[in-house]
Design a protein around this ligand. Structure first.
Ligand SMILES: [Mg+2]
Length: 302
């Protein structure tokens, strides 16, 4: 990954020209708009200012594959943030739109899912036939090796799945190995999944790794920091990449996502990545811009 040479801090001198140079603001949410269950002070006012006072386009992005766009919209609104369903992009919705964009033959082929309700619902809403539940076999290799796959499966999509079983993994493995042309798609590469009290669970990426290791096939990955979700967004909303900004709190996912996808990036320091990680010799990637909090985009009083 190449370095962006230097990150500029947003200040009173450059703020107006910076905001004027952007038509569409795409937001990562946790760490930017809220932190765990608490809204970032000024976030609502900032979004209202960008949306209503300046007429900017606002979009929200999440790598989380377990929720539908509807569920994610509900969550955003629960913080008091104005949000419309067409402004929400999750990795499951991105996977469904990706299949549409590559003209996946939905009339003749089915999709096998390792994932939860959000993934199944987004695919079904785009009229894809999905298989999620498989007949439970008895434990043991003698039983599992007799797994019979549906040869009409044209894609395996893997996301976060708290009901993962060896048998589901076997089914996915067999589809990818035995059906010619079967796609292997990962909703998102996150290694872990943050839960309460600073704890984590194995994330979608850890399940993807299992299937990738067993099949030795590299998946097509939709979510951050890969660029497919961004490609889907730019294409679907017909955006000019030069006038589109991603606002995030993580260098290795959010800022890499913007960099890899050819749009501008703004790092806010309310989440994971720290000021000490940028603009120095050890920096793996620098954002185009940085600022302490999203609320810094509001007009200053002086
Ligand atoms: Mg974040």
């Amino acid at each position: 990954m190449n370095l962006i040479s230097y990150s500029s801090e947003i200040n009173n001198d450059n703020k107006k020209s910076f905001i004027d140079s952007i038509d569409t603001f795409i937001f990562d949410c946790d760490g930017v708009l809220w932190i765990a269950d608490t809204i970032v002070p000024g976030a609502i006012e900032t979004l209202n200012y960008l949306r209503h006072t300046l007429g900017k386009k606002i979009l929200f992005v999440t790598n989380n594959s377990t929720k539908t766009r509807q569920q994610f919209q509900d969550k955003i609104k629960s913080f008091g943030i104005e949000c419309f369903i067409d402004e929400v992009y999750g990795s499951s919705y991105g996977a469904a739109i990706y299949l549409n964009q590559i003209n996946f033959p939905k009339d003749s082929k089915k999709v096998f899912i390792i994932g939860e309700y959000g993934l199944e619902k987004e695919l079904n809403d785009q009229n894809f036939k999905t298989i999620k539940e498989i007949n439970k076999l008895k434990d043991g290799l003698d039983s599992v090796q007799n797994t019979v796959i549906d040869k009409d499966i044209g894609a395996v999509i893997v996301g976060m799945d708290t009901q993962l079983t060896f048998q589901k993994a076997t089914y996915a493995h067999m589809c990818i190995k035995e059906i010619e042309g079967c796609l292997f798609i990962a909703t998102n590469p996150d290694s872990s999944y943050p839960v309460k009290d600073g704890k984590t669970l194995p994330g979608a990426g850890s399940i993807v790794s299992m299937i990738q290791t067993s099949t030795q096939v590299k998946p097509i990955t939709i979510g951050k920091p890969e660029t497919l979700l961004l490609d889907v967004i730019l294409k679907k909303d017909n955006l000019d990449p030069k006038r589109t900004l991603f606002v995030g709190d993580r260098l290795d996912t959010d800022i890499a996502f913007a960099f890899n996808g050819g749009i501008k990036s703004l790092l806010v320091l309310t989440g994971i990545s720290q000021l000490s990680e940028i603009n120095n010799i050890d920096s793996k990637i620098n954002p185009n811009f940085y600022t302490n909090t999203i609320a810094d985009l509001l007009p200053s009083n002086n």
